[in-house]
Ligand binder design. Structure first.
Ligand SMILES: C[S@@+](CC[C@H](N)C(=O)[O-])C[C@H]1O[C@@H](n2cnc3c(N)ncnc32)[C@H](O)[C@@H]1O
Length: 268
């Protein structure tokens, strides 16, 4: 049965709403804004806002690349976030109108906004699940009614795995998801790190107030999350602003931010 996430608590900082504020959105509360501003005090507002914007731009470039260059027509986007620019269905369906997108999140506010936004939009749906229960996601009847698990699926884990603690086995979660999709499927990951901005680990202190906390990982640890799958061009992890599979892919337009590793792998 789908999990409808935890209680709505505007008084406690929330990772989806903090991210919304960092992106310049309006779906946030004083507790979220105060916590986000604490992250600005640690890293600099330009670095934080630049990082989240570059992450969002990476999401759009990655989906466009998968749809246009890799023929992917099905997307499973886990950790959807609040509505903002470049939704996966907008980008994918602008390339291939028949693309189907299943969104998953565990946040009640995200679920409410997404249901409102996606209502009646062809080829889309959202289900409430926790990433820590991948079997529930891949068994969800609604997701399976939309996505054909015998055809390639792009599994998007964009800016979510750093909300999964080591004790919850993020590598095992990724492995379970990729075991459920056929060869030709792709895995997209972006993940916060303190490799470049070494004091980013202090940001984790700010996130201690949030339900999942923040779990920064090194380049090697992020690479290890790819389940042994080979990375597509450029063939190695890149910072989100630098990720370009080829010379025709435009680089990110936003300034600042080398705090998020990203990559795409393909299941052979
Ligand atoms: C930082 S936002 C990223 C949104 C979008 N993927 C992007 O990169 O722009 C993280 C999202 O993951 C969701 N999330 C965090 N932990 C989760 C979990 N264990 N299960 C499902 N969703 C989770 C949050 O509710 C939030 O919407």
């Amino acid at each position: 049965m789908a999990l409808e996430a935890g209680a709505f608590r505007p008084d406690i900082p929330n990772v989806a709403r903090m991210y919304d504020y960092m992106l310049g959105g309006k779906d946030n509360y004083p507790s979220d804004r105060e916590a986000a501003q604490e992250t600005f005090a640690v890293l600099g507002e330009d670095v934080v806002r630049g990082s989240v914007l570059q992450n969002r731009e990476f999401l759009a470039r990655a989906v466009r690349y998968l749809a246009a260059e890799r023929g992917i027509r099905q997307f499973l986007d886990i950790g959807t976030g609040l509505p903002t620019m470049n939704s996966v269905h907008e980008v994918a369906q602008s390339v291939a109108p028949g693309s189907r997108i299943a969104y998953v999140d565990n946040d009640p506010v995200v679920l409410a906004h997404a249901r409102d936004m996606l209502n009646c939009l062809p080829g889309t749906m959202i289900a409430g699940h926790d990433l820590r229960d991948p079997a529930a996601i891949t068994a969800d009847a609604g997701i399976r009614a939309l996505l054909d698990f015998d055809q390639p699926v792009a599994v998007l884990l964009i800016a979510i795995l750093h909300f999964i603690a080591d004790r919850d086995d993020p590598a095992g979660i990724v492995s379970a998801l990729m075991a459920a999709v056929p060869p030709g499927s792709c895995l997209v990951i972006s993940h916060l790190t303190a490799d470049h901005y070494t004091h980013a680990d202090k940001v984790a202190d700010v996130y201690q107030e949030t339900a999942p906390g923040l779990h920064l990982r090194s380049r090697a640890a992020v690479e290890a999350l790819f389940d042994g799958l080979p990375l597509l061009p450029p063939g190695e992890l890149a910072y989100t602003g630098d990720w370009q599979p080829d010379a025709d892919t435009p680089p990110a337009s936003s300034p600042g931010g080398s705090a998020i590793w990203c990559g795409i792998a393909r299941k052979a």
